[in-house]
Write a protein that binds this ligand. Structure first.
Ligand code: SAH
Length: 355
């Protein structure tokens, strides 16, 4: 187990150690959580008046958390002098840390398509500094205890057709936690502004007067086709790509516009509406032979690509039992698929192309 103070590269292994943390409750909350997460037995004093030399028995490290604007009361740094002196006498290492900045804030983070090494450096840094993380299951949630060792982790995940926490409640929780003075990280799959309701969450924070920043993420709309070897653009083949949501069926005008535009069509949340989409695009003029790839669970050990065409896509997806999360790619670029060696007939006779 290890602990990482904000803004430094210091990593301490404190399993089995007793650590005395001195500092007011609000100022020291992140330090206490971090050392507890690092395996230390934590002893706390909030004011210099609470210090007694016996408290240092079995203590290996004392951390003084300095704060000038703590809501729990301002403590003059010099008041910790007797504690520091007692530690010196007993040769107990003493570290000083700055308090967590006062006031709550929210950071919206794009978590990428689900694996930790596709998080950005900035996203990792924000997670390390988080007091609370609201996450769902499209981002890299499995390693959150290590990525955000000092944070309370709250699963607000939605699986299709099942909404454990409504969007309104997520936003209320986000605001409430920030108003308690916490740094709240809202970790979302892919990029927060691509079908992620990130815009709404930013507006809620702004309306509530809470400082909010965003960290972009790698969107599944580009990264998941890439995981199957499919470039969304290709010189001479597709010089545009359109990302659409399949959450609701597209209108006739939208389908017409898509068919006329040419280029690659990338569909997120498209498994449920695949029948309307494929028949609509054919009615709008696309040939039934236009290649289609359905890439499920990108970047996970269960990643699977089903290659078919517009005329056969619904049958192929049914035979292969394709499920969410999946990205559907429609267009000639699908021929770049790594395993796209066989003819469509051969592919359809074995609809599962596993990559
Ligand atoms: N903001 C996200 C998209 C959210 S909508 C982004 O930028 O990626 C959720 C949809 O994204 C899913 O239904 C699926 O279509 C797609 N998706 C996200 N991660 C995926 C993954 N690892 N594999 C396949 N599809 C994924």
């Amino acid at each position: 187990m290890s602990t990482q103070p904000t803004g430094t590269e210091l990593i301490l292994d404190c399993a089995g150690l007793t650590v005395l943390i001195a500092g007011t409750t609000t100022a020291a909350r992140r330090t206490v959580r971090r050392y507890s997460a690092g395996g230390a037995t934590v002893r706390r004093i909030a004011t210099p008046g609470q210090f007694h030399p016996r408290l240092l028995d079995a203590v290996s490290l004392t951390v003084v958390v300095e704060s000038s604007d703590d809501v729990g009361g301002v403590i003059d740094e010099n008041s910790w002098a007797p504690l520091r002196e007692a530690c010196r006498e007993r040769r107990i290492l003493t570290a000083s840390e700055e308090a967590a900045p006062p006031g709550g804030r929210v950071t919206l983070i794009g978590g990428g398509p689900g694996v930790e090494d596709l998080l950005t450096v900035r996203a990792k840094q924000s997670l390390r500094e988080a007091d609370v993380v609201l996450y769902d299951r499209l981002g890299p949630y499995r390693t959150l205890p290590q990525l955000a060792p000092g944070a309370e982790l709250i699963d607000v995940g939605k699986t299709p057709g099942h909404h454990p926490v409504s969007q309104t409640d997520i936003e209320k929780l986000m605001v409430a936690k920030a108003r308690e003075g916490h740094h709240v990280v809202r970790l979302k799959g892919g990029d927060p502004f691509v079908f992620g309701r990130g815009g709404e969450e930013v507006n809620t924070c702004v309306a509530a007067g809470i400082p909010v920043t965003t960290v972009p993420g790698i969107s599944s709309s580009i990264a998941v086709p890439a995981a199957a070897g499919i470039p969304v653009t290709y010189r001479g083949v597709a010089h545009a790509f359109t990302v659409v949501s399949g959450h609701q069926p597209l209108t006739e005008q939208e389908l017409d516009a898509l068919a006329k535009l040419g280029g690659t069509i990338v569909v997120l949340m498209g498994i449920g509406t695949l029948p309307q989409l494929t028949s609509g695009l054919r009615k709008a003029g696309l040939a039934s032979t236009v290649p289609v790839a359905i890439v499920e669970k990108g970047y996970s050990p269960e990643q699977r690509t089903t290659v078919t065409n517009l005329g056969e896509a619904v049958t192929a997806a049914g035979l292969a039992r394709c499920t969410s999360p999946a990205v559907v790619v429609i267009g000639e670029v699908v021929r770049q698929h790594r395993d796209f060696q066989a003819t469509l007939e051969q592919v359809l006779s074995r609809p599962l192309v596993v990559s």
